[in-house]
Design a protein around this ligand. Sequence first.
Ligand SMILES: Nc1ncnc2c1ncn2[C@@H]1O[C@H](COP(=O)(O)OP(=O)(O)OP(=O)(O)O)[C@@H](O)[C@H]1O
Ligand SMILES: [Mg+2]
Length: 275
Amino acid sequence: MLTEVTATRYITPLREGGSLPGLVEADDLGTYVMKFTGAGQGRKTLVAEVVCGELARRLGLRVPGLVTIGLDPVIGLGEPDTQVQELLKSSGGLNLGMDFLSRAIGFDSLVHEVSPEEAGKVVWFDALVNNVDRSWRNPNMLFRDGDLWLIDHGATMIWHHNWPGTQASAAKPYDATDHALAPFGPDIPAAAAELGPRVTEDLLAEVTAAIPEEWLKDEPGFDSADALRQAYARPLLARAATIHERIRLQGGTSGTSGTSGTSNVSGIGIRKGTK
Ligand SMILES: Nc1ncnc2c1ncn2[C@@H]1O[C@H](COP(=O)(O)OP(=O)(O)OP(=O)(O)O)[C@@H](O)[C@H]1O
Ligand SMILES: [Mg+2]
């Protein structure tokens, strides 16, 4: 279960985010980046954040701590921006919060260095959860004090938008040619050997138990929240064993081609090469 706090003050919208996440203060005096149930794809985006965030943390990757935030839309009444007002009005109840990383700056491949070992783990993890939102155009990674942090896992596990097609969808390869860390020579085989065996049924049960019950209610085709939790776990368990064989980097797959940092794919190599 995630810790539950209550929002006490809406500070400001984070305008870089397409879903208009907001910075809020809560009754535990913490400052959180809040993602709203009333935004875009709604609660499924938040479920994806919980599953991926809790899984990544257990695999030793750096992700901000997660909480659920109770929201009384009344705290947004003084907000001058009507778009923000509407978002707050439609998001009463439980929302998602992540620890705000103050002093963090956005990842920039021209400035920040990532080891092949760490890049391999991130690319392997993104392949596992089918993250389509970590390209060099929109890296969704932050740097603080020399450490890399992963954020924004809302656009993952595409199969949860069409459960009957899960098996076919989860069997597909992962195209990492545009991945923000592709130029850093990700060592996928090492990441797979280290992280793959750690993704067990028990670990996934622990991860999916963290999804708030009310975000799992009334999903067509499922008669209980636990059945849906298992549906989240199954494709991840299956992918953990073999996804490294289906990661495409630089026009080949990680199993068959080199993964050096001199990619010439879509200008990525040029970005890295001009450092
Ligand atoms: N935990 C955090 N600490 C500090 N800053 C953050 C944190 N989470 C998000 N941000 C900042 O807010 C921006 C938007 O966050 P995020 O990418 O999660 O939102 P989104 O609406 O899902 O975005 P996208 O448009 O990429 O789908 C980030 O690019 C980053 O600058
Ligand atoms: Mg983002």
